[in-house]
Design a protein around this ligand. Structure first.
Ligand code: GLU
Length: 499
């Protein structure tokens, strides 16, 4: 393939806070494009209408900008193959689905939610967990009539009933999967929105993506995509599924065990170059064994085929060590002062902090200890202080867990939002607001007296606030799997809107 044809993409779903796994995929896609004088594209996959939000899209773009991985085409910069937001491409998907329907490669499914739920209950095991194919057998003319009469339906992919799907992953070689284990995937939902599987294939093709570089969690979906490429008669891009990042105990990297949001690392003063350098080592080794190298150097030496699959461990201590090297070796004191100012020691932030600390100062030197929570990362509450807040231990843990989930669902943590969310929470739990804010205060500040809670959280931002809450939960011994399951149900009953 000529070098100029190399096109990679990052295709995040704007459904939460930007994750280091997204930065990791972005890095490898970016480097591969740059190395080959190709293009790196940002596409926003916002087809999940309930979970997608503009705030999340903004946070993703901000995080990627902070990292310095500039894309050549995307929703904010435009490009030849736009629009780059899937919610703005609905007509394109519907046209492609019509073609599949016409050619008998997909079929409308009129099954109700209730029937599908019932079916799932009875088809629990083995290869038969997917759709049972009831609507496959509806004669085409009848199906057509029912669609025309406006009957609610989805459109499903007609998956082969025998044989094997064989495809190649650049890092794994040949992968095989029995077609019978591939579900008749929904392609178009009843509301006319595509599912991920349809949209990703259509867009990767129309946007001329040459290399799909993404996380291993999508490997199982590839047969559905292979089928769609085949049905449309399109050439498959090169598939490259990067290994999953892992916690130290080798489980999949999770926010319960490590801070995972890019914003956390930005807001606690990691340098973007150090974070990128560290992520580069997740699956790739510098040929000369260097541990500290910059992006340009990686672009020079990188070879996609050399990525290894050994379950890279994202170790925050190692990242801190590398960050320290950047601070020590790459910057003069003057530059570091500039970096500090860009981070939090700027006039605007300092005034915000002063507004909420002024009333508690007797001398100017009280300011340092009073406001250390804004400048330190190792804020960890004393479990005794949490326990002294007047809730039973179990209640305390449950409440902290519920709070974590509640705040995770909020993207903009401004004072009004915090206040509304916490009041709603107290209300639903039948607790006085104070019962809730007291332990929260200890968790956020690590102290029993500090600057006002809501303002402090707003200044710290959602990423740090959430990490501190999780640390408080951890300090109390965390919640067991069983407790979490029960709590998840409670959370759903309390907060999730019906429909
Ligand atoms: N929208 C998917 C995600 O956010 C992208 C998967 C892909 O890269 O194909 O994980």
């Amino acid at each position: 393939m000529p070098k100029s044809k190399i096109r990679t993409r990052l295709a995040p779903s704007p459904t939460g806070v930007p994750h280091v796994g997204t930065a990791y995929q972005a890095l490898f896609g970016y480097v591969w494009a740059r190395k080959n004088d190709g293009s790196f594209i940002l596409r926003i996959e916002d087809t999940d209408r309930e979970r997608s939000s503009k705030a999340s899209e903004k946070a993703i773009i901000r995080a990627l900008r902070w990292l310095g991985l500039q894309w050549d085409e995307g929703p904010d910069v435009g490009g030849e193959y736009g629009p780059y937001r899937q919610s703005e491409r609905l007509e394109i998907y519907s046209k492609h689905v019509s073609q599949l329907l016409k050619e008998g490669k997909a079929y409308p499914c009129f099954c109700s939610r209730e029937r599908l739920a019932e079916m799932r209950k009875t088809r629990r095991s083995g290869a038969d967990t997917g759709y049972d194919g009831l609507c496959r057998s509806i004669p085409a003319s009848e199906a057509q009539k029912r669609m025309e009469s406006g009957e609610s339906h989805t459109v499903r992919l007609k998956s082969p009933q025998d044989g094997e799907c064989v495809f190649t992953d650049l890092l794994r070689g040949e992968v095989r999967k029995d077609w019978r284990s591939v579900d008749d995937q929904v392609l178009l939902k009843a509301d006319g929105y595509p599912t991920y599987h349809l949209a990703v294939v259509v867009d990767d093709h129309l946007m001329r993506i040459s290399h799909i570089i993404r996380g291993e969690e999508w490997l199982n979906s590839v047969p559905k995509h292979v089928l769609l490429y085949r049905y449309f008669g399109w050439e498959m891009p090169v598939m490259c599924h990067l290994p999953l990042l892992r916690n130290k105990d080798k489980s999949k990297l999770s926010k319960r065990k490590n801070p995972t949001s890019i914003g956390f690392y930005r807001d606690t003063g990691y340098l973007p170059r150090a974070l990128l350098n560290y992520l580069a080592m997740m699956g790739w080794s510098h040929p000369e064994g260097e541990e500290k190298f910059d992006l340009e150097n990686m672009i020079d030496l990188f070879e996609l085929e050399k990525v290894t699959l050994g379950g890279p461990v994202f170790d925050v201590d190692k990242l801190r060590w590398l960050n320290a090297r950047y601070i020590r070796e790459d910057h003069t004191p003057e530059e570091l002062v500039d970096l500090l100012q860009g981070w939090r020691l700027n006039r605007q932030t300092l005034v915000r902090i002063m507004e909420i600390s002024q009333g508690r100062l007797q001398t100017l030197s009280d300011w340092g200890p009073l406001t250390s929570l804004f400048f330190a990362d190792d804020v960890r509450p004393d479990p005794a202080d949490l326990r002294a807040c007047g809730l039973e231990e179990r209640e305390l843990r449950e409440m902290l867990q519920l709070l974590v989930w509640k705040l995770e669902s909020v993207q903009d943590l401004d004072i009004d939002t915090i206040s509304i969310e916490l009041r709603e929470m107290a209300d639903k739990l039948g607790l006085k607001l104070r019962k809730l804010t007291a332990p929260l205060y200890v968790a956020i500040s690590g102290k029993t007296s500090s600057t006002p809670l809501f303002d402090s959280m707003a200044i710290l931002g959602p990423d740090i606030s959430l990490v501190r809450l999780r640390r408080a939960l951890e300090a109390l011994g965390g919640t067991s799997k069983k407790q979490r399951k029960a709590l998840e149900k409670r959370y759903r009953d309390l907060f999730e809107k019906s429909g």
